[in-house]
Every structure is written in C-alpha cells, then in structure tokens.
Design a protein. Structure first.
Length: 216
C-alpha cells in the first residue's frame, strides 16, 4: 500500500516523486515517511540521476502535513527521528530538487518543500505550519531552512502567529521562487531541470553546495 502512496516515475536522469493520497490531502503517514527516506537514500546513490521533483496527487493539496489521525493514536513530534531523517536525506541530495506545489502546503509538508532547492507553486497554493496550535515543534532542519529563506520575522509570523500565507505573499517573502499556472507546472519544472540533466554529477553537486552556502 505504501508504494502506491509514494509513486516514483523515472525518465532518464530525472525522478518524479508523487505523494499519492489525495483523499487525505496527501497527508504523510509514518509508512510514507519511511518510504520517502528510502527513495531519497536511493537517489543519493544513483550516479545517473541529476534531478528530482516532488508533487502531490490531485488538485487540492500538495500535502496536508502529518496524518493527524495517526498522530492521535501514536503521538509523534515532527522533530522525532523519522522527520529529521527525511529532511536531512532530501537536503543532502547531490542533485537538483524541485518542489511542484500544486495546492495547500501545510505543516510537515514544509519539510519536503523547504528541503528542495527550488519551490514553484500554483497561484491557489497556501502555506502554514500550525505547530504551536497543535502542541508540536517543527523539525530542526525545517526551522533553520525557513529562517534562512525568509528571515526571523516572517518565520515568527508562520510559526508563532500561526499565519496562513497565500501564494503571492510566499513569493514576495522568498518562501517560493516562482508562481506557475497549474497546466504549466510540469513543463516549468522540466524546464528548470534541463541544464542539470546535462551536467556532470560532481559539478552539479559542487554547484549545489555553493548555492546552499557550503564549500564546492
């Protein structure tokens, strides 16, 4: 069942990962997180891979965050091991990663969006991380990446004030990098990945390290 909820499509040097649980707003169960970690770990070791996109099935949501029904039965904080493992595995991939945000991006969904190098979103997308309201803490990787992208004030707006950010505001503050109409989302992601697909993997990894503030 988990493999059906995380769908991977490979086309030459590009991997498309789809969260396939539209009936639950693509909410992430623990099994889905484990599978994502496996996918990211395998991608890091795949010498022929140059780019990866992540999106959600359906038109309503990119991802609604953690499966709250599961959390109510097995309380788990997003800073717990599996969330940080997924975040670090994604962040450390030596390839170009693009989040195709096709709808609401809520809570733990930002673990995936923030972990990607580029975030493109449809105009209808919204962003929120209601951890304070839910009595949880964000993952350490998430909070550091969020602060680096949008600064402490905007981070506080999202984490402390519990604000829901519309797509245009997300673009203005740097949370996302480009607004794209839904019917152009896939083509836009493919265009952004085109140069990386032609690159030598070591060079690509070195360039990515520079973009992330590390050494080449």
């Amino acid at each position: 069942m988990t493999s059906d909820r995380i769908v991977c499509e490979r086309h030459q040097g590009m991997l498309k990962v789809t969260l396939n649980r539209p009936e639950k707003a693509n909410a992430l169960s623990r099994d889905m997180l484990v599978r994502l970690h496996e996918v990211f770990t395998a991608a890091a070791e795949d010498a022929d891979l140059r780019a990866m996109t992540i999106t959600g099935a359906g038109e309503r949501a990119f991802c609604g965050g953690a499966d709250l029904a599961e959390l109510s039965k097995q309380p788990d904080d997003p800073k717990a091991a599996i969330w940080d493992e997924v975040a670090r595995a994604l962040e450390q991939l030596p390839i170009l990663t693009v989040a195709m945000i096709n709808g609401a991006c809520i809570g733990g969904a930002l673990t995936l969006a923030l972990g990607c190098d580029i975030r493109i979103a449809v105009p209808q997308a919204t962003f929120a991380y209601p951890v304070l309201r839910n009595g949880l803490l964000p993952g350490a990787v998430d909070s550091a990446r969020l602060r680096a992208l949008i600064g402490p004030g905007q981070t506080s707006l999202i984490l402390l004030a519990g604000a829901r950010i519309e797509a245009e505001a997300a673009l203005a503050c740097g949370l996302i990098d480009r607004l794209v109409y839904p019917d152009k989302l896939a083509a836009s992601a493919a265009s952004l990945c085109a140069v990386a697909l032609e690159a030598e993997r070591g060079h690509l990894a070195a360039m990515k390290a520079l973009c992330r503030g590390g050494a080449a």
